[in-house]
Design a protein around this ligand. Sequence first.
Ligand SMILES: *Cc1c(COP(=O)(O)O)cnc(C)c1O
Length: 301
Amino acid sequence: MTDWSKGAAWMGGEIIPIAEAKIHVMDWGLTRSDITYDVVPVKDGAFFRLPDYLDRFEASMASMRLAPGVTREALRAALHEMVAKTGLRDAYCSMTAARGVPLIHGSRDPRNCGNHLYAWVVPYVHVVKPDVLDRGAKLWIAKSVRRIPEDSVNPRAKNYHWGDMTAALFEALDEGYDTVALLDHQGNVTEGPGFNVFCVSGGRVITSDHGVLHGVTRKTVLDMCAEIGLPTEMRPLPLEEMMGSDEVFLSTSGGGVAPMVEVAGRIFGNGRPGPVSERLHELYWEWTKRAENREDIAYAA
Ligand SMILES: *Cc1c(COP(=O)(O)O)cnc(C)c1O
């Protein structure tokens, strides 16, 4: 008996157990990171803001000239069917478009590959675990590595070029921190492995305008700020400015708004999440319950 609660994949038009999902060793998605993906959260049995994730995924595919030949409606239906199959009500749902294997042996022409699209779903993933948030999460700022420049790899298409992120994570973990943010070559804060970074300064909520993925959670934070009347700024964020700010938090589909209580040796808010971060953290979960943000999944009875 298949234990679907561990997850499922949708590949070649079929839904299979997650443990059986495989890609070809010669797929350029693997050998060249020639791949883009997106991750939509499932909360309490519904996709959260699915149209925003599908919009971004379509834009990412177009920017990389990936054409796997799956319509938006077919993808949406597949995601629904796949998640329903697992019965998972809180889930991490990934969709991926890969360049594929060259159709002519030895061809080095990216136009001659069999682009394909697959998806997979597993139980919900918290980028910063709830118990870490409870004891106070600590963010490191990478010293040995900078974020890949945006004119080298486009950060607005979610991608598997994680060499900078993984090196930075090793550095942070070696230093005893929970996670890490990376700087650009001008010393501005960009983002970290799977999240955007914000600071709060004198009641203003600030996040980078460049060199980052336009996170759907980042957008949700900006929308929530508009709703509760907090001014926001999207602009370069120098590290010194963030270190002198009142609060720092991360935004990610894996857990929403994650307040930080320490950044690279500086304690914020006496080691407790600041009031703005805390409010946005709560509000994010409230927003996942609002009908206009939800697309219910039809599980089998
Ligand atoms: C996924 C991701 C984010 C966060 O985006 P969301 O849409 O909010 O999940 C930020 N930066 C990077 C590099 C990411 O991969």
